[in-house]
Design a protein around this ligand. Structure first.
Ligand SMILES: *[C@@H]1O[C@H](CO)[C@@H](O)[C@H](O)[C@H]1NC(C)=O
Ligand SMILES: *[C@@H]1O[C@H](CO)[C@@H](O)[C@H](O)[C@H]1NC(C)=O
Length: 185
């Protein structure tokens, strides 16, 4: 009788121990998810999506757009190339729709104006506060115009991939650019 009681007690202890262990590992996982979801970077990405009025299906694309080459192998360089091309196409389209006889000189000037790093691109990026969001290495100055501008352009490359359409990305660009107080046309 006593032996049976001891076995029962042992089984009881094993069950308790196991369920506690499970509980702890579930808590750890939940804790980890909370830490990821509420990290300053994740919060900054949420705010940024509100600012540009676009919500990503694939948040990893925005993460990448906000990652400088000095920080990681997975960075925004290629997204930035796509973004530049989207901005240029979108500017050309707007001006030609407005005036099919626009001269190549004027058109090229308008494109150059809008993609200019110091006067346009970095200004748009700084207004969005991208210098406080972008992940860079410790040695890299995140307020350098080239860094801010690269991140700004990469946003539109990322949207094009997220939506599978460069038109959508171009629309978000005009919206952000206009809200930054720059006269579009
Ligand atoms: C944000 O986007 C939605 C649709 O995507 C649009 O209805 C709304 O007007 C936009 N808001 C701003 C401030 O651009
Ligand atoms: C970072 O770059 C900005 C803009 O180019 C400059 O004004 C600032 O002095 C730089 N900061 C450092 C620490 O180099």
């Amino acid at each position: 009788m006593e032996a049976r009681g001891a076995v029962c007690f042992a089984v009881f202890i094993v069950i308790i121990a196991n369920s506690t262990a499970l509980q702890i590992s579930a808590d750890d996982q939940a804790q980890e998810q909370i830490i990821t979801a509420y990290s300053p970077f994740s919060i900054a990405l949420k705010t940024l999506q509100k600012q540009i009025n676009y919500t990503f299906d694939r948040i990893d694309l925005l993460r990448r757009a906000m990652t400088h080459a000095s920080f990681s192998q997975e960075n925004n360089k290629a997204l930035s190339v796509l973004g530049t091309s989207i901005i240029e196409t979108s500017v050309s389209l707007r001006y030609l729709v407005d005036d099919i006889d626009v001269s190549t000189k004027v058109l090229n000037m308008k494109i150059a104006e809008i993609v200019n790093v110091e006067s346009s691109c970095a200004v748009d990026g700084m207004r969005l506060g991208l210098h406080t969001v972008i992940r860079v290495s410790r040695k890299t100055n995140s307020t350098a115009p080239a860094v801010v501008c690269g991140a700004f352009r990469a946003i539109f490359g990322a949207i094009a991939i997220d939506t599978g359409s460069s038109d959508n990305a171009g629309n978000v660009f005009w919206n952000v650019h206009a809200h930054n107080g720059v006269v579009a046309l």
